[in-house]
Write a new protein. Structure first.
Length: 202
C-alpha cells in the first residue's frame, strides 16, 4: 500500500521547509510546491494523501486550485493554511469541501491533528470507493435473468410474487436468490435489495 503524502502548496519557501520538517518529525511524508501550477504538473490523484494549501499565491490562487481539483473530480482532502484568510473566502472554500481553514501562524499540534484527520478521511473514502468498484464489478458479471431478479428484489417483492411475474416456480426463484447471495457476497435478501438499489436495478 502506498504511503500517504502530505502535499504543501505555498509560495513562501520558509513555510514549505518548516512545515515539511514538522511533518517529518511526526513520521509523515510530504512534498512541497511553490505554486499551484507546479503542483498540478506532477500531482497523481491515485495515491493517498492530503493537501495543505495557501490561499494567496502568484498565478493560480489556492481557491482556484481547489476549484480546479473539484471540477476534475479530485476529492483529496484539503486544509487551507493562510495568513490572509477572510470570512467570504472561508465560506467559498468550505463549500468546495475543506477539512479545515487555518490561520497562520498555526499551532503545530493543531496542524498535525488536522493533517491526521484529513489522511483518515482520505483512507476511509478510498476503502469505500474500492468497495463500490468491487460491488459494481460483481453486478457487471450478472446474467440478464439475475439482473431481472435483482430488480424485483429491489422493489421488495416476495419469492411468490417474483415467481408469478417470471412464470417460474418459487423454488427456482429461491435457487436464483441463493446463487445471487453467493455471487454478490451478500449475507441476506435485504442486503441484496440494497445492492440492487445502489446499482440502479430497482
Amino acid at each position: 500500500m502506498n504511503t500517504p503524502t502530505v502535499y504543501i502548496v505555498d509560495d513562501d519557501p520558509a513555510v514549505c521547509r518548516s512545515t515539511a520538517m514538522m511533518l517529518q518529525a511526526h513520521g509523515l511524508e510530504s512534498r512541497a510546491y511553490p505554486s499551484a501550477d507546479e503542483f498540478l504538473r506532477t500531482f497523481d490523484p491515485s495515491g493517498p494523501g492530503c493537501l495543505l494549501l495557501d490561499l494567496r499565491m502568484p498565478g493560480m490562487t489556492g481557491e482556484e486550485l481547489l476549484r480546479t481539483l473539484r471540477q476534475g473530480g479530485v476529492l483529496i482532502p484539503v486544509i487551507i493554511v493562510t495568513g490572509h484568510g477572510d470570512v467570504p473566502a472561508a465560506v467559498r472554500t468550505m463549500r468546495l469541501g475543506l477539512v479545515d481553514f487555518l490561520q497562520k501562524p498555526v499551532d503545530h499540534d493543531m496542524l498535525i491533528s488536522t493533517v491526521r484527520e484529513a489522511l483518515s478521511q482520505d483512507g476511509r473514502r478510498r476503502v469505500e470507493e474500492a468497495g463500490r468498484r468491487e460491488e459494481q464489478e460483481r453486478i457487471n458479471r450478472l446474467t440478464p435473468r439475475e439482473r431481472e431478479l435483482m430488480g424485483f428484489l429491489a422493489k421488495g417483492q416476495t419469492s411468490k410474487e417474483i415467481a408469478a411475474a417470471l412464470g417460474v416456480s418459487v423454488k427456482t426463484v429461491d435457487n436464483h436468490r441463493a446463487h445471487l447471495l453467493s455471487k454478490l457476497s451478500a449475507s441476506n435478501v435485504a442486503e441484496l435489495a440494497a445492492i440492487a438499489v445502489r446499482a440502479g436495478l430497482g
